[in-house]
Structure formats: structure tokens, C-alpha cells
Design a protein around this ligand. Sequence first.
Ligand SMILES: NC(=O)C1=CN([C@@H]2O[C@H](COP(=O)(O)OP(=O)(O)OC[C@H]3O[C@@H](n4cnc5c(N)ncnc54)[C@H](O)[C@@H]3O)[C@@H](O)[C@H]2O)C=CC1
Ligand SMILES: Nc1nc(=O)c2c([nH]1)NC[C@@H]1CN(c3ccc(C(=O)N[C@@H](CCC(=O)O)C(=O)O)cc3)CN21
Length: 288
Amino acid sequence: MKAALGANVAYAETNLIDGFSLEMTARDVDSLNAAASNIAAGTPVAITFLPGESYDARVAVVRAVRKLGFEPMPHFSARLLQSVGEFECYLHRICEAANVTRCFVIAGDTAKVEGPFPDSMSLIASGAFERYGASVLGIAGHPEGHPHMTDEQCWQTLETKCAEIGRRGMAPLIVTQFAFDADRTLRWLETLRSRGIVAPVRIGVPGPAGIKTLMRFAARCGVGASTTVLAKYGISIGRLIGSAGPDRLLDTFARSLGPQHGLVRLHFYPFGGLEKTVAWIRDYDSAH
Ligand SMILES: NC(=O)C1=CN([C@@H]2O[C@H](COP(=O)(O)OP(=O)(O)OC[C@H]3O[C@@H](n4cnc5c(N)ncnc54)[C@H](O)[C@@H]3O)[C@@H](O)[C@H]2O)C=CC1
Ligand SMILES: Nc1nc(=O)c2c([nH]1)NC[C@@H]1CN(c3ccc(C(=O)N[C@@H](CCC(=O)O)C(=O)O)cc3)CN21
């Protein structure tokens, strides 16, 4: 099961940072290049699937991640895909170009369904991932709830997706939406485990960023950013200039995570600041 998390998790029991993963967009390739010497070989790097990108550009990013010695985990946004052909052509190209074996399925933020895939389950059920040799399939976790489902529907969908991925011979990996509220994530992890979901979880952590950037992404992604939660995170609402890192968030995780939360690692969302995020991770790691 641990293998689903990727490389570098050997000592993870004693170090919160060990075995972290990163997310990037097509715009972050130069930053990944610049930061590469500070990132362990084999680190999983998720690649977002955003509207308006060309497939040539998407394939080039996946290839660049592999070439730098990292483990690409390309996203597939179900609702954005216009046909089975489009989906399988991209999957085929990245398998050929970069020997991809881990993928991540997500609904996608569009109200209109562009093709035959209304949700991530329909992509999983297509059978294409195992046919192309994927061994790990990532799905989203929503510790703060889901914009289009009740909590109970959310848990049932998560259970069904994990079971279906397993039934198809792949290992499920849950990657959570980023959050500023450590306590809420910890409670969600306890419920997850009490419901018998044993898949490893990567907790989504915001990278260090300008406060305005953090607020913009929180609003865009539906992530809770109440004054109370932000204060705990280290952001005072009276001071919107400047930047904030996840120091306190990770301090809380380091203090509170235990066997009751199961297999857990971190997943960083750099929001356009990949180099800065990697430097921050190194500093936090050496200070602790
Ligand atoms: N890293 C990322 O890109 C992340 C993105 N998200 C967002 O979370 C949302 C849910 O994704 P999944 O958990 O994969 O859901 P899912 O694919 O399992 O869908 C669950 C249910 O919600 C409905 N649904 C999902 N997105 C919808 C939308 N935009 N409009 C109307 N109905 C929708 C689906 O039809 C389905 O019935 C997506 O909008 C996704 O973009 C969440 C976490 C991380
Ligand atoms: N609901 C939802 N939708 C998403 O697309 C999404 C999430 N949640 N959760 C976190 C990740 C982070 N994602 C993204 C999406 C876009 C950029 C992006 O376009 N960045 C631009 C700058 C845009 C800006 O600053 O507003 C860049 O230059 O990197 C970065 C991360 C996608 N993700």
C-alpha cells in the first residue's frame, strides 16, 4: 500500500516532510528545472489539467518531469474531455513519451459536461488506465466537503472509487484539496479510517505565497478561509500585504498525526511559486 505514495517514504514515520509530492501547471516547467537539485529523485509531481492548454504542451510537461528524474502524475479532468478518443490519445501519448504509470482523475471545475465523462468515476470505469499499464490512480479527497455533494454522498463516492480502482488491479491514492484548517483535516482523516478506507492519503498543503494569491485560490477552489481559520494559519486579516507559509499548519500535523490517521504524506500546491515552495520545504525540514 505504501508503494502508492511513491518513492522516498522509507523514513516517513519519523519525518513529516519525507516523501512529499508537488503539484505543477504547464507554466512551472522552468521553476521545476531550477528547483530540481533540491527535490529528491522519484518525487511524485502532479500535473494539472486546465482548460485551454494544448495537448502538445501537456505532453511536453509530463516528459519534462520524467526527464528530470521525477514521477509524473498527470491529472485528467473528466468534464473537460470531449471524447473517448481525446482521452485515450492523451493517455497513449504520455505513456509512450514518459512511461507514465500514475494518473489522477478529477471532475474539473466546469458546470457543462463537454463529453462522455461527467465525473471521475466514469474515467476510472472506462478501463483505459489499467489497459495502458497504470499502477496507481489518484482521486480527490475533500476534508471541507464538496461543492456538489452532501458529506454522505462524498464518503460513498470515495469508497466506490477506491473499491473500483482496486478491483481493476490498481492502487488508489487519495490527494486532498488544500486547506488552511489542520483540525478539520485531522477529523476528516479519523472519519475516513473509521469508515474502513485504508488507501494512503496525501494531505494538500498550500505553498508559501502572497496572502492575496492564497485568498484568490481559496475563493476559486472553494476552500474555507474564515478569519478564525486564517488566524490559526498565521494570517491576520488586518494585514493582507506580505506572504504566509504553512509553518503552523505543519506544526499541528507534526504534533497530532498518529496511527489513527493511517498512511499519510504531504502534497504541496505551489500556486505559481514552485521554486519558493521547494526552498521553503528544505528550510522547514532542516529547522525541525
Ligand atoms: N487538484 C485539483 O485539481 C482539485 C480539484 N478539485 C475540484 O473538486 C471537484 C470535485 O472533484 P471530484 O472529487 O473528482 O468529483 P467527482 O468526479 O467524484 O464527482 C462527484 C459528483 O459531483 C458532481 N460534480 C463534480 N464536479 C462538478 C461540477 N463542476 N459541476 C456540477 N457537478 C459536479 C459529479 O457529476 C458527481 O455526481 C471538482 O470540481 C474539482 O475540480 C478538488 C480537489 C483538488
Ligand atoms: N476546485 C479546484 N480546481 C482546481 O483547478 C484546483 C483545485 N481545486 N485545487 C488546487 C489545484 C491548484 N490548481 C491550480 C490551477 C491553476 C493555477 C494557475 O493557473 N496558476 C497561474 C496563475 C493564476 C493566478 O495566479 O491566478 C500560474 O501562473 O501558475 C495553479 C494551480 C488547480 N487546482
